[in-house]
Ligand binder design. Structure first.
Ligand SMILES: Nc1nc2c(c(=O)[nH]1)N[C@H]1C(S)=C(S)[C@@H](COP(=O)(O)OP(=O)(O)OC[C@H]3O[C@@H](n4cnc5c(=O)[nH]c(N)nc54)[C@H](O)[C@@H]3O)O[C@H]1N2
Ligand SMILES: Nc1nc2c(c(=O)[nH]1)N[C@H]1C(S)=C(S)[C@@H](COP(=O)(O)OP(=O)(O)OC[C@H]3O[C@@H](n4cnc5c(=O)[nH]c(N)nc54)[C@H](O)[C@@H]3O)O[C@H]1N2
Ligand code: SF4
Ligand SMILES: [Mo]
Length: 726
């Protein structure tokens, strides 16, 4: 397929709606969602907190008029917002007043309907049932699942350990588990890219214009203003395009071949940083020998990218060293989507390392993080039970990042009777994991499922107990560290009174459960934790409440330091991969599902006005989808023509396990083998705005486990598309 030089005019032709949303610095500003404007004599306050529109948790300043939220702005002190918020933040701020909110604890009765109960009853019954289950089946029968963020980590993980279990699970099997696992073993940790100072930036799948964070877009604008070259590698032209120079369409699932060939060219043409790979790497010679077979001509056959383009890309990237970077991404092409995602991630690290950009300006940076005070006066719970999913265990999922786990295995383990009880916090695995029928069947086998949410998500809908949190503007959480070129501490704090008095923040829920189970000796009040965590940093809790985010300690400095990998170096040859039954140096692994000529690969990705599965239930964000018809399936013009499909037609999309109807967007801006559908639709909850709205890619994908990391292979799926009614 031809590659595209990008100009702003061309881009506007494709995605005018999204371009408006990411035009540098000018985010959509919803000010109309409260009918109570502040009048001059009224009580107007501005209080900093952290946004909860997505896991970035940017600094947000909330203006409150007459006790109600009036508007929200970005906190200039916070490194992720830098004074700006994205569109989703304005939607998230309306959650406090949303009519679907849960107002008190709920218990499922025998006929499946829910009845409100008191907190005292909830704590006592859950505590009693948990104790009975653990006494009978052992501590490994309990699992804790979360979107791993501050209060959840501090209180939830401690509670899990206090029960004797090491079974923490996160949403990463459907997010970045492959990337995280590869980076951990090869490099020791996950760095950030110094985009603002880079001269040559490659985005593989990762889209700054869609999976948005205000500071990331600002960094890219800065880099561009200094003349950086920006390349998008994606089967479709994504919304980063106004800030990019070139789009290289790639056949989905083949980025590994591109990276292997880039290594082949860089080493073959002696463009690597020889001193770096020899001194700071191990196994370079073995790696270089293995790369010889992966010529650009070979990779061209896998990727559909001309060999000359691959060669040029490798040369231009290496010549910009060390101020060049392949962005580390999250989910995009290699977070959890293909059978080769972990191997692709390994090559992302190693191609970066070839040019010696580790801990360099304009390259990869291991930022500095604040070191919080510890709660040493409380006994630390120690759990000895082995993880049930085998994460980090030889002979099982040795490569898997242990604290993240192989989460989609939990329903299988429930069916086998290994897992009996689960606590789910701020996470919706039933909707956000492929093959929900299998997932549901498994979770329904649990003897006890407790879900903490703000409303009845798909997962809450099958819980035995649903415990309601107040929305993020109505609660204070544990202080958090933000790492980067400067270490920052930040605070989510309550900015308005609770709208529903009988809701409780997660840490209070854990304190209640711990007390009911006689485990309260391990726990502490939130304010005590926050003060003690901040003490060694010389930051007062009161000052942090006023500013929302404060910079502490030393700044990041350029220069290679011992890494956290086993060898302390970049592992060009990695023994842990060999110990796990794979090859010590990377090799080509094809995607698992082969796409036949009458099929497409169903790929997906974020849209900048929605977060995951639940923001379509926020009216002002759903309206953007409706206004711009964002819920369409992208299909390539030539393929659509062959199938007699025109722009705006309704089509039937069918995989081996599911079929659904949607409108299409016919466009040249997608590889002929792929169809693209946004990540955010297709809820099957009964929430008022969500019902029967769009499709969910998860419905089409079967229950799978990538061999290396255990990730969910979310793009290993073939579909057929036909015009409705034909
Ligand atoms: N608006 C918004 N932003 C978010 C979030 C959100 O929900 N909404 N969530 C946050 C989270 S948790 C995450 S993980 C990140 C995810 O953000 P990203 O890492 O950017 O990932 P995605 O949006 O899933 O996918 C990005 C791109 O990958 C492309 N792609 C698909 N298959 C391939 C392939 O085989 N090769 C290549 N090269 N590209 C491919 C898709 O076309 C899509 O454009 O976003 C974060 N930011
Ligand atoms: N269909 C689909 N599947 C996906 C994705 C997708 O976009 N669509 N994205 C993938 C990715 S990258 C990721 S990271 C995961 C994300 O998976 P999740 O972490 O499950 O993400 P969300 O859909 O945002 O669901 C979060 C849940 O937390 C609840 N919630 C919101 N605010 C609060 C709060 O203040 N307190 C509590 N206790 N609960 C709250 C929401 O109602 C929702 O039920 O999903 C992956 N799978
Ligand atoms: S990226 Fe947007 S939604 Fe996510 S925390 Fe930041 S402002 Fe909120
Ligand atoms: Mo994610």
């Amino acid at each position: 397929m031809k590659t595209w030089k990008l100009s702003r005019r061309r881009f506007l032709g494709f995605t005018a709606a999204t371009s408006a949303l990411i035009a540098a610095g000018s985010y959509m500003d919803f000010k109309t969602w409260t009918s109570a404007p502040p009048e001059s004599n009224n009580d107007v306050k501005r209080i900093p907190t952290l946004c909860n529109g997505c896991t970035s948790r940017c600094g947000m300043i909330v203006t409150i008029a007459n006790g109600r939220v009036f508007r929200v702005d970005g906190n200039p002190n916070h490194p992720y917002s830098k004074g700006k918020l994205c569109a989703r933040a304005h939607g998230a701020a309306t959650l406090a007043y949303h009519p679907d909110r849960l107002t008190q604890p709920m218990k499922r009765g025998v006929n499946g309907t829910y009845e409100p109960i008191s907190w005292q009853q909830a704590f006592s019954e859950i505590g009693h049932k948990l104790k009975r289950i653990l006494d009978k089946n052992g501590p490994q029968s309990f699992v804790y699942l979360e979107n791993p963020k501050e209060s959840g980590v501090v209180y939830g993980q401690r509670f899990t350990k206090a029960l004797g279990s090491n079974n923490f699970f996160s949403h990463h099997t459907t997010c970045s588990l492959s990337r995280d696992s590869a980076f951990k073993h090869v490099l020791g940790d996950i760095p950030a890219s110094d985009i603002a100072n880079s001269k040559f930036i490659i985005f593989i799948g990762r889209s700054y214009g869609d999976g948005i964070r205000p500071s990331s877009v600002q960094s890219l604008v800065k880099a561009r203003s200094k003349g950086a070259k920006v390349i998008i590698i994606d089967p479709r032209l994504n919304s980063t395009s106004p800030l990019a120079d070139q789009w290289i369409p790639i056949k989905p699932g083949t980025d590994l071949a591109l990276l292997l060939a880039m290594a082949n060219v860089i080493i073959g043409e002696n463009l690597h940083d020889e001193a770096f790979v020899k001194e700071q790497g191990i196994g370079f010679d073995e790696f270089a020998a293995a790369m010889k077979e992966y010529t650009p001509e070979w990779a061209s056959r896998q990727t559909d990218i001309p060999a000359s383009v691959i060669r040029q890309l490798a040369v231009d990237f290496a010549k910009a060293k060390p101020k060049a970077v392949i962005e580390q991404s999250w989910k995009g092409a290699f977070g959890c989507n293909y059978e080769n995602s972990t191997e692709t991630s390994r090559m992302v690290v190693l191609v970066n390392s070839l040019i010696g950009n580790i801990n360099r300006i304009g390259g990869y940076q291991f930022g500095v993080a604040p070191h919080f005070g510890k709660m040493d006066q409380y006994p630390a719970p120690k759990a000895t039970a082995e993880r049930v999913d085998g994460a980090g265990i030889k002979g099982k999922y040795l490569l898997t990042y242990p604290s993240k786990g192989v989460t989609q295995l939990v329903p299988d383990l429930a069916k086998q009777g290994v897992v009996k009880a689960a606590l789910v916090q701020h996470y919706n695995p039933v909707r956000n994991t492929p093959d929900p029928k299998t997932i549901l069947e498994g979770y329904k086998q649990l003897e006890l499922l407790v879900v903490c949410d703000i409303w009845m998500s798909e997962t809450a809908q099958i819980a035995d107990y649903v415990l309601p949190e107040p929305s993020f503007l109505e609660r204070t959480e544990t202080v958090e560290g933000v790492s980067g070129s400067k270490a920052v501490v930040a605070l989510r704090q309550q900015v308005i009174d609770k709208i529903h008095p009988d809701t409780k923040p997660f840490h209070e829920i854990i304190l209640g459960l711990a007390k009911a189970m006689g485990l309260d000796r391990y726990f502490f009040e939130l304010d005590e934790y926050n003060r003690q965590a901040l003490a060694p940093l010389g930051v007062s809790y009161e000052d942090l409440k006023l500013k929302g985010a404060i910079t502490v300690g030393e700044e990041w400095k350029e220069g290679f330091k011992k890494l956290k990998s086993k060898s302390g170096k970049v592992e060009f040859s990695c023994q842990t991969f060999a110990d796990a039954g794979f090859t010590a140096v990377p090799k080509w692994i094809p995607p698992k599902v082969t796409i036949q000529t009458d099929e497409f690969r169903l790929i997906h990705g974020k849209q900048n006005v929605h977060s995951h599965s639940s923001t379509t239930n926020i009216p002002i964000l759903k309206q953007v989808t409706l206004d711009y018809e964002l819920d369409r399936l992208w299909i390539n013009t030539a393929r659509a023509k062959q199938l007699g499909i025109q722009d705006g037609d309704t089509v039937i999309v069918e995989s081996a396990i599911h079929s659904g109807k949607t409108k299409v967007k016919v466009t040249e801006a997608i590889h002929p083998e792929a169809v693209f559908y946004p990540s955010h639709y297709g809820s099957f909850s009964n929430l008022s705005q969500n019902k029967k709205f769009g499709l969910s890619v998860c419905d089409f994908v079967s229950h799978q486990f990538e061999a290396m990391s255990g990730a969910a292979n979310m793009m290993e799926v073939a579909v057929k598309v036909r015009k409705d009614g034909v």
